[in-house]
Write a new protein. Structure first.
Length: 338
């Protein structure tokens, strides 16, 4: 064998061995990743068709690491920890009702990220989008699907302190009329108009297409307010209420309440307010809750707590009985289709 032939053989051998090594490495890495996922209890996620009008499915943002992280996924309503069907639609905050969805998402740019609110139809196709002035934090859709709302942090990134500013918008998806900032609504507390410059509004929850509840902060206090889109008014009902969530029967509000003696960085506990009597009930969840809870039904609350993947969903009865338990791991922003 001449010198040229030997070089060719050596080159071919090196390429073959290199390919085998790369293949073995990738195979081992894949097996290791799968093993890590199984050991960590990571859920099975596969792409497929997801709809917003299927009453037998629940929806949430998938938080498990992998190619489908942050995508809205669907699971059987009676088996939330079961296999997930991923939609391919990524959202930071999400909510849906009656075939309408709202997705608050990041738009990645070369210099910085921006944020956008996207209105989705029943097949998660974009209908319209709106640029956001800050970081997404809350999103809701009215029971009929006609009206949507979202809140962003314009400055600051936590409700725990006082150095933050929010902007909350409400959109009619029939007329596409946008109330871009609910701070322009007329606010009354104890029957008096309030005109202070420190007003913040966040955490809308809808009673119907034109009426809603939300949190207003001013003068160092927070209030539950009832909003009227037609009259453009906010009327305070009760103090020390944040991130309200109206029960399906419209009689109670689940909310975050600041409790005396708590850590200033973790001040909230989960309460329920009876709107007829204004009687407060502490739930069986005694940990700090920084979320806008969702009602799974008229008696059960679902909310997020930190988990191995960033967030898990937990549940507790709304009447103060029972103890909390983890409902599903690696999930955030649930929507239960009714």
């Amino acid at each position: 064998m001449n010198r040229t032939a030997r070089l060719v053989v050596l080159l071919v051998t090196a390429l073959v061995l290199g390919g085998i090594a790369v293949g073995a490495t990738l195979h081992a890495a894949g097996r290791a990743a799968e093993k890590d996922r199984q050991q960590a209890g990571g859920p099975a996620v596969t792409p497929g068709r997801v709809r917003l009008d299927d009453p037998h499915r629940a929806l949430f943002r998938n938080m498990a690491w992998g190619p489908h992280r942050d995508e809205i996924t669907a699971v059987p309503d009676d088996r939330l920890a079961g296999p997930r069907t991923s939609s391919g639609v990524r959202c930071l905050r999400f909510h849906a009702s009656a075939g309408t969805g709202v997705c608050l998402r990041a738009v990645h740019g070369q210099l910085r990220d921006t944020y956008r609110a996207v209105v989705l139809d029943d097949r998660l196709r974009e209908r319209r989008h709106y640029e956001l002035a800050g970081t997404p934090t809350r999103a809701r859709v009215s029971p009929s699907g006609r009206t949507v709302a979202w809140t962003v942090f314009v400055s600051g990134d936590s409700y725990a302190g006082t150095a933050f500013s929010t902007r909350t918008s409400v959109l009619d998806t029939r007329s596409w009329h946008l109330d871009a900032n609910l701070e322009t609504y007329a606010l009354s507390i104890d029957g008096r108009r309030v005109h202070t410059a420190d007003i913040n509004v966040w955490g809308v929850t809808f009673a119907d297409d034109d009426h809603f509840y939300a949190t207003v902060a001013t003068g160092g206090r927070t209030y539950l307010v009832r909003g009227d889109r037609t009259a453009r008014t906010l009327r305070a009902l009760h103090r020390n209420v944040e991130c309200p969530s109206l029960s399906p029967d419209g009689t109670r509000i689940a909310y975050k309440k600041r409790v005396a003696g708590a850590d200033p960085d973790a001040p909230w506990r989960l309460y329920v307010l009876d709107l007829r009597t204004l009687r407060e009930t502490a739930t069986g969840e005694h940990r700090n809750i920084d979320d806008q809870a969702v009602w799974r039904d008229d008696h059960t609350l679902v909310y997020s707590l930190p988990g191995d993947y960033g967030s898990d969903l937990w549940t507790v009865p709304s009447d103060g009985t029972g103890t909390p338990h983890r409902l599903v791991g690696a999930a955030l922003a649930p929507a239960f289709i009714r």
